[in-house]
Unconditional design. Sequence first.
Length: 330
Amino acid sequence: MVEHILNHEDEAQARLLSQFKGSPRIEGLLSSFVAGQQGLEDVLWALYIERQLDTASGEQLDNLGTIVREERKGRNDVNYRIGLIGKIGRNISKGTVNDLITIFKLLMSAEIAYFEEYFPAECAIYSDTPPIEAIERLTDGNMEAVGTGAWTVVNDATLTKSAALPHGGTQALRIAHNGIDNPGASQNILTVGQWYRITGYVCMQDDLGNIPVIQNGAETIWEGDPFTEWYEFDVIFLATDSSLILGSDFTAANWLEYDDVSVRRVMVELYDDVFEICDSVLGGGIRLIVTGWYEDERMFSFEGDPDGLGFGDLDDPRVGGKFASIMGST
């Protein structure tokens, strides 16, 4: 694996024999030899990285598109990269199941792909994770910022940073009851109509029955358990409001803590291109009918057409997109 060396001069000094360390003239002479190498290393690294398909952007992607004869056609870098992977896949595919799995995993950046066959000539394929955008939406999700300025008080909650026993780093966000039920902390970071994934950790002051509650506006998207030890939550939801609330069901004096929370958008729009590419890779009259991902023992799927309109309701697939549904896994 190729690595980017960021400190040529320091590494050179560290390799000096012990009898030469601390000698200003020898160290100065060595530095004069290697000081210019860092700039060359940085330039060569940029040339190496910016011309790889998974890291290239802008004009570099356009150049790769010229090589494989795939025009950008107004697509952003993310969608254009999907198109380039698909074009390369179609160019080299022999229409086998292994070809489909390989290309699908590249498209989805997935470690695992689940392939299912349906008689007489149909199939479905799923990844082990949804396509998550790299941009972090939450401010101070690791709770390491000084103070609680990134958070808005909900229901007169008392917000503090606790260093007693954080999950990670040096502190966690503590939310305490202060006379009004259901205290919490919020940020307005969501776009209505977009899908998001929130992950993080939570623990309670006691295990006497109160629970953590995460809300999107007035809608509850997750309810936890009354555990005093840190445990993880992982939720995918469709935003119906711009606000995200980390909260509780407290009705009396109590507190809970959140830590290492992350909110990223799920790029469900990529499935149009992924479906079309994967369907075109198959040979021998085999038709792809479903693609999607597994999440918490549920199967999130886009079915039957690359022009699907997106998810419906989490519990009622009849609501929402014409070609989208959520199916229970087996």
